[in-house]
Design a protein. Sequence first.
Length: 279
Amino acid sequence: MIPILRRVADLRPQVAEWRADRQAVAVVPTMGALHAGHLSLVRAARARCPRVIVTIFVNPAQFNNPEDLEKYPRTENADAELLAPEGVDAVFAPLVDEVYPPGFATTVSVAGISEPLEGMHRPGHFAGVATVVAKLFGMTGASHAFFGEKDWQQLAVIRRMAADLDLPVEVVGCPTLRDSDGLAMSSRNARLSPAARALAPALHRAMQGAARSLRGGVKAGKALEWAVADVLNAGFDSVDYMDLRDAATLGSVEAPDAPARLLAAATLDGVRLIDNIAV
Ligand code: PAF
């Protein structure tokens, strides 16, 4: 069995040995409820680094809705079983007090890139993410960190933070894994009723349609409006945003002249889904 470590004092001596041996150490930060998407990150980490740590920590600081935090699935035993055949060297699953001990007073906040899209709809979310990821980098002492492109804005925020703070960690983005009907894999998908699960791929379909229109020269305003209508007509309750952005800076763009990303968030059956694709 892979050792599950709760305390940074137990992890550090192990990592120090690996680093003294000049071995690259990867961290794959997760909030547990692991699925094939997470395993693809672990495999990418394994392919690059001889040592891999997976962290499992449901980070209260990034939930702006207490009910969402409470409902977040916690499946540590099943997670450990999934990781067992993956050649992971350690699972770091700290308790909340280990990450945020009494007196904890620091917040990492990344201006600009954190503000639109998810930042508008989930105030404080990215400060919670940036703070915990900075902590996990410090706690694990990893040289490489692997994140999914499914959370495109999160990846951009983490890259900005790592560059701005000169954190000695290479941030690696990995492609989104999708079910065969196109739905991006996410721990939240498990909360969809069977009927909603059948409707959910409409989000990705509408985004693909918008990407085709944009590449064909349709103006962003029209292409995005049609995509929102498609998602609502398919049975989604609401669309928070459907937006075309510069892939790196997330600044608004009118046309996909430079590498651009179409990003969306929409709610179905009370479950908020996000997705993004290249345009
Ligand atoms: O993407 C996630 O699962 C979380 O936001 C992360 C990066 C593990 C930080 O809590």
